[in-house]
Write a protein that binds this ligand. Sequence first.
Ligand code: M6R
Length: 608
Amino acid sequence: MCGIVGYVGSRPALPIILDGLERLEYRGYDSAGVAVLGDGRMMVHKQAGRLADLKNSLCEGSTGCVGLGHTRWATHGRPSDANAHPHLDCSGQVLVVHNGIIENHAELRAWLERHHHRFRSETDTEVIPHLIEHYWEGDLEGAVRKAVRRLEGSFALVVASTREPDKLVVVRQESPLILGLGEDEFFVASDIPAILHRTRRTIVLENGEMAVIDDRGPRVTDWEGAPVDKPIIEVSWDPVTAERGGYPHFMLKEIHEQPDAVRETLRGRIAPAGGVNLAELQPLEELLRSCRRVYMTACGTACHAAMVGKMMLESWVRIPVEVDLASEFRYRDLLLEPEDLVVVVSQSGETADTLAALREAQHRGSQVVAVTNVLGSSVAREADAVIYTRAGPEIAVASTKAYMTQLVVLALLALHMAQLRGTMTPDRIARRCAELESVPDRLKLVLQHEPMLERLGGRLRDEEHVFFIGRGADYRAALEGQLKLKEISYIHAEAYAAGELKHGTLALITEGVPVVALATQRQLLPKIASNIAVARARGGWILAVGLRGATEIQQLADEYVPLPELSPLLMPMLAAVPLQLLAYYAARARGCDIDKPRNLAKSVTVEG
Ligand code: M6R
């Protein structure tokens, strides 16, 4: 997500902070800011846009030796100068940079406004300096301690104050923060690459920990103030590996980030009693209650997520849904009516075809809900309501965590509509919500199959064709699996609804041809078993990804990847991981440029 860098030492902090932020630029951001203290004054400078622009517009220098900086990737409030970090309290004496999401920011903001605090930004973060100001009783550390107890959500914070200009107070909860120990100088950062060239000696803060950093070094405590003894960890990564969090490719890093990404997607959106809380849909609530049909449109992976979303909406909301590739949406004789709901799905929010489909829908009088990952993107700005996926920046061209979080958002949307329209009982909704909350842990279990998938990916190295089959939601998941394999390994892959094999494709299944069969839909296991048996009888090599304990499927398969069981329409979330890893390791075995596959771009901003 966003990047944080802080410094306390004997050298001017500004160049060190700017240099650290530059080393985090690869992660993507939309605005940046710095603050320096310690030379008898405070310099704060922040603005939307590139770090280079911020540097160019810094007219005042600073010799202060305490500083903090931030690159923001917007989540609450569009990218703008006012929304860039650091954020300040009313008196301008407390400064905060923050990564993460404050879930209860609206409630805290209302409370602070009642206590006469004046806000200058639209961010969730700004409640933090005001809370610290509110709890100030003469020391920064004590005020921070009191303020963080009021916060719900995820946060890595660096706090400074002109009243105690020689120190930083840092806090970690569900968002990474590391301390770096130099020779008489100390660093704090959200990511190792920001400080790796300065020091390899680090302390990793855990949830519920904080530290005060001054010229004596960091003192780590819990939020109650009890000292915590922290080990010093020597980082051995080279700078390039560090950028990828120790992984050889961004794609693999992003595959492994999926449990945390889903946690962020769900944060604050499931009520403790189990209902769905999507406040962002408030403006369209009447339409969500009354619409008689839904159109969904997207491209590539996002369209595969929409196909699963269609099944969720049809099954849980009992409403007819059509899914169109965005590149087709405008060019067919659409029967779209103004009272139909349109849902567009786009990781980048900039895909030309998706944007054009959104505009076409609005031109015909329909209202559009966008599901996107990028705040302030064109799709987000133009839609009538937006649900953010909160996957964090996705750098690899092949979409993984964005797809996963799109599935989660579409499940939330379907449950939200079921709640509004009374098509599911509160109990049933609560059960689905509980299952969604279990997804991060289940994804972690599935990730444990990585060594097996590495071996199986290697097995595909010299193949020219791979077939993917599945039924129901598995067919939609298979479509995504084949796209992943194609785009990064350049192996030709096709996905079929398994019942279609016998209508033509079976002619291509001969001795040794790989068939990846998905068998996660309990009600369809006997059907997919017979499809697998038919492919096997033609000599096909069967890799099945199925429910744990589905012995008939396991016995039919040459290789079997077992998955924990969720409701059938949530299974594409779990099935995605082995298919992503299979594609990744096949591409790696073939020596492909995994993060930047040939001929492809991360964001397709032209119609072709
Ligand atoms: O940014 P978007 O979600 O709108 O992008 C749509 C497709 O271009 C994208 O999903 C593409 O298919 C991915 N490279 C697949 O991994």
